[in-house]
Design a protein around this ligand. Sequence first.
Ligand SMILES: C[S@@+](CC[C@H](N)C(=O)[O-])C[C@H]1O[C@@H](n2cnc3c(N)ncnc32)[C@H](O)[C@@H]1O
Length: 281
Amino acid sequence: ANELRWMNRALDSRLSLNDMVARRVRGEPLQYILGTPSLQILLSLPAHYTSGTQPFGPLNLLVRPPVLIPRPETEHWVLRLADSFLPTATVPVSLLDLGTGSGCIPLLLCHLWPPGTVNAHGVDISPHALRLAQDNAELCGIPSRLGLTKNPQNTFTTSSANFLAKDFKDAALSAYPRFDIITSNPPYIPWKEFLELPPSVIDFEDPRALFGGPSGLEFYHAISRLISHKDILNPGAIVALEVGHDQASAVQALMHDTGCFLRTEIWLDPWGKQRTVIARM
Ligand SMILES: C[S@@+](CC[C@H](N)C(=O)[O-])C[C@H]1O[C@@H](n2cnc3c(N)ncnc32)[C@H](O)[C@@H]1O
């Protein structure tokens, strides 16, 4: 009986291997294909990890369609942010990540900074993203729940990452407490660049994770409204925003015009492109 079961598995895997090659040829990202349930059974992985994975700093995060696969450009600036800002046990930080997707940004910061020094909230409009972010928090051993914690600091002895279903362009964000750090890799592709996207992106990743309106800047306008009208930053706060290859000056000007920051700077990605706008109070 065991041998029969093994042969069935081998046959299944051959069929699914053909299927997987066909999917890759159609452009599906490898990370999504490697999450195929039959392959996961073959590799004897726990059932609820029917996901591929993507390295992000020292973490290996789960990825599932249609949630955006974390990119190396994002990993690069989050590692730099982790190095340039160190919370301490006496000064823990509250962090808000807008458009959190897989949860990669808050989870990497919770992992890298000392235990108990971060209370993070990740916001996303996509239920698929929120479920994945919670699974990733569990995988990384970071306490997590859905919803906003009333007292964002000192709730846990370890850092925590909570995830919220919200439209961050919505005015209801005024219900938030104040934050020390706001991070975001928002949708920033302008509509006109639709045709330039490879099939692996446009056919498989959530369009809501990609497009930022006609100019690509819609979400940065929403973030600057949030910052200037809703009073959600603590004194000394930092805002870190990933931007498209030609958007850094426009986003820097938007942050400057909020009147909230003493200085702004632009960080380059590993390929020398202006990739992140940093604004400091
Ligand atoms: C470019 S992805 C970034 C995901 C993740 N932070 C990363 O770096 O891999 C943008 C995310 O914003 C979310 N999003 C889009 N519109 C939103 C909205 N109005 N409110 C909240 N989240 C939104 C998408 O679902 C997507 O997960």
